[in-house]
Design a protein. Structure first.
Length: 109
């Protein structure tokens, strides 16, 4: 089901990435897909207090968790881009083997 939703990686920076969706999907459904994708992904609701507490390097250091938050849809012309904010990009691979990455590939790649 994920493959039909978000296949094209649009842009990546150290802390966020943008996906170009092939169809318009409600944001709650996207959050549910991300949250149930694997055991390490945690979707953080768009709440200032939760974001300040959960989307920080200190909250992730020493864990295998990959918090994803500040999800929003943005309109930039053709397609339906989805912006995701995460704190694991710069340290992906630390604490996990290549086999675990292959078993649970990133959503949308």
């Amino acid at each position: 089901m994920v493959c039909a939703c978000a296949l094209v990686l649009y842009a990546v920076t150290a802390r966020h990435f943008t996906l170009k969706l092939k169809k318009d999907i409600p944001l709650p459904e996207i959050e549910q897909l991300l949250a149930t994708h694997n055991d390490w992904v945690r979707v953080i609701p768009n709440d200032r207090e939760l974001t300040m507490r959960e989307l920080t390097p200190a909250a992730v250091t020493g864990t295998l968790n990959t918090p994803v938050g500040r999800l929003r849809k943005a309109e930039y012309g053709a397609g339906i881009p989805l912006c995701l904010h995460r704190w694991r990009s710069a340290v992906v691979g630390r604490g996990r083997t290549a086999a675990s990455h292959a078993a649970y590939p990133a959503v949308g790649y």
